[in-house]
Design a protein around this ligand. Structure first.
Ligand SMILES: Cc1ncc(C[n+]2csc(CCOP(=O)(O)OP(=O)(O)O)c2C)c(N)n1
Ligand SMILES: [Mg+2]
Length: 332
């Protein structure tokens, strides 16, 4: 970074290094998703893909606050969670193309990502399905005396499942080291929050169980990061779980590459407003303001572009699982 006069509120050099890394992660997710959208449109990706574009700040903000040994759990829309926690880009590209080299051997597709070596213990499309699993991991850490944290990423729709409440209750009661990351993108499939709930008050859920529960601008990566640092620190010091309601917006359709402008009560009018609140553009502007050079960011973006191209080439050249392996992994 060039020597600049420090303006108040300007991050330290160490923070700037972290923030540039976070921007790279956001950019990697965005670019992966754009390429995945094109592959879906072209029919090259056969599995359903629920794109994370627009929500990048949440995965990146939370994962930047976690340690490598901490674990995360995701849902059907988890490409971003996987990359943010350090999952291998090539292995995810191969997975969505159903290749043997994929992170789940090409058998899981977009909705079943796993990378134990970096703490991604599973993404599962059963809505709310991994929330109790994160609580189970938290219970294990507590019983084993480990200082790890388990984070569950889930959508607003998942709060409509009963076991979400059972999970928060158990984690609160036993003060388990869990972070509940509620990504409120205002939609569950094609229904807006206002068509599903009488009140827009999901941030109050934690209060019912006596745990911190806050509403955040989920498009502000630093707001998410700071809240996650606090939640992780509480978890590690035996103070129990926290719930972060991160407000955001799903840019693309529920599943696939389209924009879904014809669904939901207000989506056609509100989409542009949310595009204008792009979490990447916003963070990029902040980095420039803090003295990071345009050249450095352009170079970083170019590197990410090449990485994603290389992942696609790798995936396309990888073999499909052989028919003789069809019975593998079916029975333990
Ligand atoms: C138990 C269960 N019920 C219904 C579905 C079908 N389904 C898949 S995604 C989804 C909506 C989830 O909405 P939300 O949790 O807000 O996540 P988002 O898609 O907005 O990221 C539904 C109903 C499912 N996969 N699992
Ligand atoms: Mg949702």
């Amino acid at each position: 970074m060039e020597q600049q006069e420090r303006v108040p509120g300007c991050p330290s050099e160490k923070e700037t290094v972290l923030f540039i890394h976070m921007y790279r992660m956001m950019r990697r997710i965005r670019r992966f998703e754009e390429v995945a959208a094109d592959l879906v449109a072209a029919g090259e990706v056969k599995c359903p893909c629920h794109l994370y574009i627009g929500q990048e700040a949440i995965a990146v903000g939370v994962c930047a606050a976690l340690e490598p040994e901490d674990t995360i759990w995701g849902n059907h829309r988890s490409h971003g969670h996987y990359l943010a926690k350090g999952g291998d880009l090539h292995a995810m590209m191969a997975e969505i193309l159903g290749r043997e080299t994929g992170c789940a051997g090409g058998r899981g597709g977009s909705m079943h990502l796993v990378a134990k070596e970096v703490g991604i213990l599973g993404t599962v499309p059963i809505v709310a399905g991994t929330i109790p699993l994160a609580v189970g991991a938290g219970l294990a850490y507590k019983l084993q005396g480990k200082r790890h944290v388990a984070a569950a990423f889930f959508g607003d729709g998942a709060t409509e499942e009963g076991h979400f409440f059972e999970s928060v209750n158990l984690a609160a009661l036993y003060r388990l080291p869990v972070i509940f990351v509620l990504e409120n993108n205002l939609y569950a499939s094609h229904m807006h929050l206002s068509e599903r709930r009488p009140l827009d008050n999901l941030d109050q859920i934690g209060g019912l169980f006596g745990i911190p529960s806050i509403r955040l601008d989920g498009n502000d990566v630093l707001a998410v990061y700071r809240a996650a640092v606090e939640a992780a620190s509480r978890a590690r010091t035996g103070q129990g779980p926290s719930l972060l309601e991160c407000r955001t917006y799903r840019w693309r359709g529920h599943v696939g590459h389209r924009w879904d402008e014809d669904v939901g009560v207000k989506r056609r009018d509100e989409l542009q407003e949310w595009l204008d609140r792009c979490p990447l553009a916003r963070f990029r502007r902040s980095l420039l303001k803090w003295g990071v050079s345009e050249d450095q960011l352009n170079a970083l973006e170019e590197e990410v572009e090449k990485e994603v191209e290389s992942a696609l080439q790798f995936a396309r050249q990888s073999p499909l699982p052989g028919p003789e392996t069809v019975g593998e992994y079916v029975y333990v």
